[in-house]
Design a protein around this ligand. Structure first.
Ligand SMILES: [Zn+2]
Length: 239
């Protein structure tokens, strides 16, 4: 009965494999994000957060949606020579988060970088970069390192943060969300009103993206283990 035994064994292996398959995707062919980080990607989707009816954070006469679009446009100029750049929005209009995810999913060999400005206690200052997926860790870390070097001071900011958001969990491509600085901090808000500082931030983000495209995960140490969780939905914190 060797054939039968092989068949049984094969069935057992398949059974074991399916037991290990995580809920919500994973394994070979998964679009979940449990793969290594990308290298040699050719497209960058630049997502200016908020827009239109959704101003995002607004304080001290500054509106997050406007600053995010300005930095996104500068980032596009920085990247234009080396990448195909897709702007999620290039004017002041509202785009649903799930539509942003759908736009991202139409691109291949691409990464998504979402640009935001932060709000919180008045004492907090400095950039933060959010990721969730294993395949987005190195990109997030590289961008955060560059932004941190570009920021003149940091205070109580969270730095690199692993958080499940609609734009860090749901797209099929590697995806990160950048909070460029705190609008609620007087000094940082004053800096963000300056064209030269917004340009500096865009250059820093571009350096992180270029380093990821050139090197992949090299030099980033062990990657974080995938955390299998369902897609983020409306109503999730800051989703
Ligand atoms: Zn925002």
């Amino acid at each position: 009965m060797p054939l039968f035994r092989t068949y049984l064994l094969g069935g057992l292996v398949i059974l074991l494999a399916s037991c290990q398959a995580p809920i919500g995707g994973g394994g070979r062919g998964s679009t979940y994000g449990d793969k290594p980080g990308p290298q040699g990607f050719t497209t960058v989707i630049v997502d200016a957060g908020h827009g239109g009816k959704d101003s995002g954070a607004h304080t001290r006469g500054l509106m997050e949606k406007q600053l995010a679009l300005d930095i996104a446009r500068r980032l596009k100029s920085e990247l234009r020579l080396g990448f195909k750049v897709v702007m999620m929005r290039d004017s002041d209009h509202f785009v649903e988060l799930d539509d942003r995810v759908r736009t991202a999913n139409r691109q291949s060999n691409a990464v998504l970088v979402s640009i935001h400005l932060n709000y919180g206690s008045r004492r907090r200052a400095g950039p933060e970069t959010y990721y969730w997926r294993t395949d987005s860790y190195s990109l997030a870390r590289r961008v955060q390192q560059q932004l941190s070097a570009a920021a003149p001071y940091e205070s109580g900011n969270a730095g690199l943060v692993r958080r499940r958001l609609r734009l860090t969990r749901n797209p099929t491509i590697p995806c990160i969300l950048v909070e460029c600085g705190y609008l609620t901090n007087a000094s940082e808000a004053a800096l963000l009103t300056k064209t030269s500082y917004r340009e500096r931030l865009a250059e820093a983000i571009a350096r992180g993206i270029r380093a990821q495209a050139a090197n992949g995960d090299a030099g980033m140490g062990p990657l974080p283990r995938p955390i299998y969780a369902p897609p983020s939905r409306a109503g999730d914190a800051r989703g």
